[in-house]
Design a protein around this ligand. Sequence first.
Ligand code: NAP
Length: 240
Amino acid sequence: MNTHPLQSRVILVTGAGSGLGRHAARAFAAQGASVLLLGRNERRLNGVYDELVAAGFAQPAVIPFDLSEADEPRFQALAQMIEREMGRLDGILHSASHYVKLGPLSQQHLKQWQPTFATNVFAPFGLTQACLPLLNESPDASVLFTAEEHGLKPAAYWGGFGVSNAALIALAKIFADEHAQQPHLRFNVLIPGQVASPMRNRTHPGEVGELLRQPASLMETYCYWMGPESAGRTGEIIRP
Ligand SMILES: NC(=O)c1ccc[n+]([C@@H]2O[C@H](COP(=O)([O-])OP(=O)(O)OC[C@H]3O[C@@H](n4cnc5c(N)ncnc54)[C@H](OP(=O)(O)O)[C@@H]3O)[C@@H](O)[C@H]2O)c1
């Protein structure tokens, strides 16, 4: 059995400083990948960096980056930096997400929707688009978007967060369809369910974290979809 299926792959993880992104970055590194850790909070990213180096994994890179403020030139510059420093890119896990407090649409404001859409929709689009030439050169590239259940099943009070997740799922499907003839380049959506994380604390304050699914229990799934075993599978919505 190959215990390092991600050996020599370079994987970019957004939202790598906490929650599922942090766990996934560690799981990918444990399987041999070089991971690029992207998020806003540099201190938290450095903490993940130290953890991976201490574990003896391939040296990661820290990319402090605010996805809500990025535009095309910044995404292009990021892709060029990855090409210059790493020479390749084999996967992106989009795990960053901006959350707006739940509430009725009548009480939501465009000012709340703007950073939500910038982070949850424009950034996954802009970043993936900028990285396409690099991903296209990989023999087996996997782009994994992370969405929330209410993107599939819109319901009262999920407001801009729910709408942005619906758009994200549509985005992934369109990327997948447009690359259906390129089996080395795949796009899938993972909906992780109810997982103990900083975001879950914000969406459901008062819940007992120990009773929720733990991020570590999902890492086999994350590695499967990022790795060679899922090669050729695209346009799927994964609900472990
Ligand atoms: N936990 C659940 O129950 C659950 C359920 C369904 C879906 N999900 C999805 O799983 C993914 C991961 O969430 P999580 O639960 O692990 O929560 P989390 O720990 O809060 O992760 C979200 C990450 O997004 C990053 N982020 C937010 N805004 C950003 C920006 N403008 N630029 C760059 N990074 C930004 C945050 O890092 P910084 O603050 O450092 O920027 C944080 O690391 C999300 O897509 C979420 O929608 C989670």
